[in-house]
Ligand binder design. Structure first.
Ligand code: ATP
Ligand code: MG
Length: 759
């Protein structure tokens, strides 16, 4: 390699090498997919440490998912041959939680604060909307929640909104009230929502320069992967962290700054910033991601060096040519042309099923073929635009006994029984949390109705005590009957026992020796045993409840695993870890299974073989994007992300009819398909070949809107299968015997859908 025997530079191309060794105040690495951006970041960090230019504790590396963070840490340790202790490699959210936990008192929060996931936030909003009668104005927890989230990503609060809103619009005024009340309630609950984690950290730094100085001094090198998907709040955080420490703040630093850290003025120079990104892969505009962050980097960070990478090391040229062709249709972008030295590789395979079941059958059969030919299941992924597409795929995978996992589907931690159990743990850490408390009151059912709950909550509020204490003092709540008082007290006593265990030492003042906090698994076990949650589910003898019981047992296993991995880390660390698990951070090892995920989740990942399913108008691009400004461009970037995940084999599949919510509708091939040069795709069954009941329908059905493209050119192999008499009840190809059982017969719906299309 060009590195001349340096293992950290060996095998890097010259541009990559420059990205590893260059040392300026700011470095922007812009490059297409698969060009080694993440790899360069990893090598850059290892290089800094090995050359003693930085201690591990002076590095802050930001990745998009926790999984990516773990992978990066592992790789750096591999390159250095030892631990990267003290290095912060994490998502924006995790980094901010660490900071907030240390500094929470500054806000009047306590360190045990709860992190509300979107379900918790919605639960809180539901109460508020009800209290304000805001539903009559069309407010729902979902629409109010996403509006609040958007504003928080812009670092705007309720007052900012009020300052710009239309005073005469009652809806706007009401929204401000909802927003304000929501913030009040969060504070009272000692809770942050997900967006707060970043926004509040920025506020903290702005309000307390002395706190900011600690982190500005500590992190000498800040590196951000997937920079194109940062939103304004995240961008602001980076800005705060990369400020110089003013001389007057230096004096206040504890411990005092050393001579060699200071610049000529007596301050501490800003951290060096490295960001990598690909504006063609920006796919989170709906979460406030702002491409401008990358486009304007050079202006924001003066003296920034820019390195471009174009050589792709992931995919074959056929796959790259398709990606280049699709993304080339987006205007207003920097011209980029991905290329590889590896050769053309196999053609892209196209397939059109007559229904989503037929499409799924094809996917399952191809996976079996790939597997037989030596591709591991773990090296195969199936992508889709919306989660609702998984059902048909899963059916066929199960039928074919193909092991698979759905990433980011109904997440483990979103299941009701898991939330129930977690509510107990949350309540121990944060006895002021009303959402957790209200949840545990009713799980398992113990006869505490809404009235009793309200009495307890009023008492809690009036006394200014925690929910835990309120239940301990239930005897003072006159409105409660004796039975309910007993129930509340009993529950409080269980929580006390569990809390003592979690903290360790029994919390008595005269205890001579300090006992260790118990493992989280033991605390959880105590709660589940005492509440008999598992037994009660088992006793119902319902397979679904059995599955719920198993999930709870799995939760104990998760906690035990955590205890083993991080001995003594404690309950709070466990709660933090759980609340930060993101879509791509599936609990389970995916090594032996086919991965199913949305294309958003697929970012940054790679697989030997990739199926992109549902490549249809209305799905990809998604219907919702069609009327939105910039919507189609964003969908095109999503398609580009999907295509560029594949190393060797790419499949593009679609169905000519698709059932949604019981209606069968005609699906048209995606415009993105037409953007891919014909010669790159080997159509096993092209859209033009899929037949309805007769030739006329078939042609009407399959002509892409406003196009006379050559979809019919399916090659001799597939052409042999054209059969205009094929009915909807049978498999159109490959003699798949299982297909008939899952396909829907042509129905009245189908007919009317065709009718509609003809008009
Ligand atoms: P994405 O845009 O999808 O995030 P990326 O630019 O971060 O992609 P990487 O994931 O770092 O790209 O690299 C893509 C693949 O190419 C990886 O398997 C990586 O190990 C490999 N790779 C990168 N650079 C080289 C190189 N110089 N020699 C050999 N393989 C390389
Ligand atoms: Mg990457």
């Amino acid at each position: 390699g060009e590195g001349g025997g340096d293992p950290l530079l060996d095998g890097l191309n010259p541009a990559q090498e420059r990205a590893v060794v260059s040392r300026g105040p700011a470095l922007l690495i812009v490059a297409g997919a698969g060009s080694g951006k993440t790899r360069v970041l990893t090598h850059r960090i290892a290089h800094l440490i090995r050359n003693k230019e930085a201690w591990p504790s002076q590095i802050l590396a930001i990745t998009f998912t926790n999984k990516a963070a773990a992978e990066m840490r592992e790789r750096i340790e591999g390159l250095l041959g030892d631990g990267a202790q003290g290095m912060w490699i994490s998502t924006f959210h995790s980094a901010c939680v660490r900071i907030l936990r240390r500094e929470a008192e500054r806000f009047g929060y306590v360190s045990g604060f709860t992190i509300y996931d979107s379900a918790d936030s919605r639960a809180l909003l539901k109460r508020i909307i009800k209290e304000l009668d805001a539903d009559t104005y069309g407010f729902t927890p979902a629409n109010a929640g996403s509006k609040i989230s958007k504003l928080k990503n812009e670092l705007s609060d309720a007052d900012d909104y009020a300052a710009t809103m239309n005073e005469n619009d009652p809806r706007d005024r009401l929204f401000v009230e909802i927003f304000k009340m929501y913030e009040q309630e969060l504070r009272r609950a000692n809770a942050f929502d997900f967006d707060d984690l970043i926004g509040q950290t920025v506020q903290l730094f702005r309000a307390h320069p002395d706190v900011a100085a600690v982190y500005q001094r500590r992190f000498r090198h800040i590196l951000v992967d997937e920079y194109q998907d940062t939103n304004h709040a995240q961008y602001s955080l980076i800005r705060e962290l990369t400020r110089a420490v003013a001389p007057e703040e230096v004096d206040r630093l504890m411990p005092p700054a050393r001579e060699r850290e200071l610049d000529a003025s007596g301050g501490i120079p800003p951290a060096s910033l490295t960001v990598v990104g690909d504006s063609d892969q920006s796919i989170y505009a709906f979460r406030g991601a702002d491409i401008r962050n990358i486009v304007e980097f050079e202006r924001d960070f003066r003296g920034a060096e820019v390195v471009k990478l174009e050589q792709n090391y992931r995919s074959t040229q056929n796959i790259l040519s398709a990606a280049n062709a699709v993304i080339g249709n987006n205007f207003d972008r920097q011209e980029k042309n991905l290329w590889t030295a590896e050769g053309d590789g196999a053609k892209i395979v196209g397939f059109t099923g007559y229904s989503q079941h037929d499409e799924a059958r094809f996917v399952a059969e191809e996976i079996e073929d790939l597997h037989r030919a030596g591709t591991a299941y773990g090296d195969i992924a199936v992508f889709y635009r919306t989660n609702s597409q998984t059902r048909a795929l899963e059916e066929l995978l199960i039928r074919s006994a193909i092991p698979y996992r759905v990433l980011g589907g109904t997440k483990f931690y979103e299941r009701a029984e898991i939330k129930d159990a977690m509510a107990y743990l949350t309540s121990i850490a944060n006895p002021y949390d009303p959402i957790a408390w209200s949840r545990l009151l009713g799980a398992p059912k113990r006869g505490v109705g809404p009235m009793a709950e309200a009495h307890l909550a009023n008492f809690q509020e009036a006394q200014g005590i925690s929910f835990h204490e309120a239940m301990l003092r239930a005897d003072e709540v006159g409105a409660l009957g004796p039975k309910l008082r007993g129930t509340a007290r009993q529950l409080a006593e269980l929580l006390t026992r569990a809390a003592r265990m979690a903290v360790g030492g029994g919390a008595t003042d005269d205890s001579a020796e300090e006992a260790q906090p118990a493992p989280v698994g033991d605390v959880l076990k105590l709660i589940l045993d005492e509440t008999e949650m598992i037994e009660k589910l088992r006793a119902k003898r319902d397979p679904q409840d059995d599955a719920r019981a198993e999930n709870l047992e799995e939760l104990i296993a998760v906690a035990r695993e955590f205890d083993a991995k991080q001995p003594g880390a404690g309950l709070l660390a466990f709660l933090t870890e759980v609340s930060l698990v993101a879509a791509a951070d599936d609990l389970d090892d995916t090594s032996g299974t086919v991965s199913l995920m949305t294309m958003h989740t697929a970012k940054g990942l790679e697989f030997k073989a990739v199926f992109i399913t549902g490549v249809e108008e209305g799905l990809l691009p998604h219907q919702m994007s069609v009327d939105e400004v910039g919507g189609i461009s964003e969908e095109r970037r999503l398609m580009y992300v999907g295509i560029t995940r594949a190393r060797e084999q790419l499949y593009l599949t679609l169905a000519s009819t698709r059932a949604t919510f019981g209606d069968i509708s005609v699906a048209m091939p995606s415009r993105f398909l037409q953007e891919i040069p014909e010669g790159l795709i080997d159509w096993r069954q092209s859209p033009g070949e899929v037949t309805g009941r007769g030739g006329t329908e078939s042609r009407a059905l399959n002509a892409p809107r406003g196009s006379s493209s050559g979809y019919g050119a399916g090659g001799p192999r597939s052409r042999g299968r054209i059969d205009s008499s094929v009915s909807f009840g049978s498999s159109g190809s490959r003699g798949g015997s299982g297909a008939a059982a899952v396909s829907e017969p042509a129905s009245g719906n189908m007919q009317s859908a065709l009718e509609k299309w003809r008009e």
